[in-house]
Design a protein around this ligand. Structure first.
Ligand code: HMG
Ligand code: MG
Length: 295
């Protein structure tokens, strides 16, 4: 069966903006996040405490958190790769972080400057110290289905990386299809191999137009948290051919059509994506945004 409610984990301000060439000022990012909360979002990934040279768009993480009007009942997690990032996040009162691991050797090197094995040396102290400080930790695994350099990712390799992250004490594991190559059968196989759908979220990119079909497969396999990005913007700067995330509006259209509650107001989401597209200088890639903003 299908769930009655799905939690949409909004990544637009982080995954959406991180690869945008136009620098968005911190005050505009804060307004973007406010608009998402107005549309009903309860979890909005706000920014990243990574090295500013690696992701220049999010170099203003401190300023943004200073400007953010944090509302009760809304969570604002941030990406943190290492202890330096954790120190920065803790200094700004962050109460939820996300670490991000790779399922493949090549992407661990390109995205984290670490090996598949040594990435854990970086995450272990981060997760331990965060939990000690009362901070919740989510974990991403990237390249769960395929990698541009290594081809399809073996299911057992993803399960091994993911179980280690859950074992550290991460509350949830987000399975990332960073380059959008997954198809629904592969999604079902991976979720079944974990045998713990309540601890999983899915993070699809729509590069090959499979994101909604993959989402439906994940829901049928028992997952109830889905990552999405306003207007379908985004991608990872360290993954060749990583294009837009699953658009929040496309996801919400499907979920509401299935009678699944999200707590989100689709018209407000579309208005926000249209506003953002004007700032970024190009139309939203979301089909639902395009359809609903016509005429
Ligand atoms: P490194 O070069 O190995 O870092 O990078 P290091 O530990 O050797 O330190 C080098 C210098 O960087 C030092 O400064 C550190 O202080 C500084 P120096 O002593 O030379 O002056 N430094 C930092 N400064 C600020 N904040 C920090 C930080 N860490 C070190 N946090 C590192 C290792 C992990 C930092 C680097 O590889 C990095 O920042 N990577 C981030 C890449 C990234 O953000 N990628 C995009 C997000 S992942 C994604 O999009 C996928 C996802 O959406 C899921 C999916 O789609 O599949 C999550
Ligand atoms: Mg992503």
């Amino acid at each position: 069966g299908l769930p009655h409610h799905v939690t949409v984990y909004e990544v637009g301000p982080r995954d959406g903006l991180q690869n945008e060439p136009v620098t968005v000022p911190a005050e505009v990012k804060a307004e973007f996040i406010d608009r998402l909360a107005d549309a009903g979002h309860k979890v909005i990934e706000a920014t990243s405490f990574v090295h500013p040279k690696w992701v220049p768009q999010l170099a203003d993480a401190e300023e943004l958190l200073g400007r953010l009007d944090r509302r009760p009942g809304v969570r604002y997690p941030v990406l943190v790769p290492n202890e330096r990032g954790l120190d920065r996040a803790l200094a700004h009162g962050v109460d939820e972080i996300a670490v991000f691991a790779s399922a493949t050797e090549t992407f661990a090197a390109k995205n984290l400057n670490r090996s598949l094995e040594s990435q854990f040396d970086m995450f272990e102290p981060v997760v331990a110290r965060a939990l000690e400080a009362g901070v919740r930790v989510r974990a991403y695994v990237s390249m769960c289905f395929g990698d541009p350099w290594e081809g399809p990712t073996p299911v057992a390799q993803v399960v091994s990386v993911g179980r280690r992250l859950l074992g550290l004490g991460c509350y949830e594991l987000s399975l990332g299809d960073t380059i959008g190559v997954a198809t629904p059968g592969h999604v079902t196989d991976l979720i079944e191999a974990f045998d713990a759908p309540d601890r999983l979220a899915v993070h699809f990119h729509d590069t090959y137009g499979q994101a909604l079909a993959n989402t439906l497969a994940a829901l049928r396999a028992g997952v109830t948290t889905v990552d999405a990005s306003t207007g379908g913007i985004g991608g990872c700067p360290y993954a060749e051919s990583a294009t837009g995330n699953l658009a929040t509006e496309d996801l919400v259209w499907m979920l509401h059509g299935l009678g699944i509650e999200t707590g989100l107001d689709l018209d407000r989401l579309v208005a926000t994506s249209t506003w953002l597209a004007g700032l970024l200088g190009r139309p939203s890639p979301s089909r639902v945004v395009q359809a609903l903003s016509k005429g």
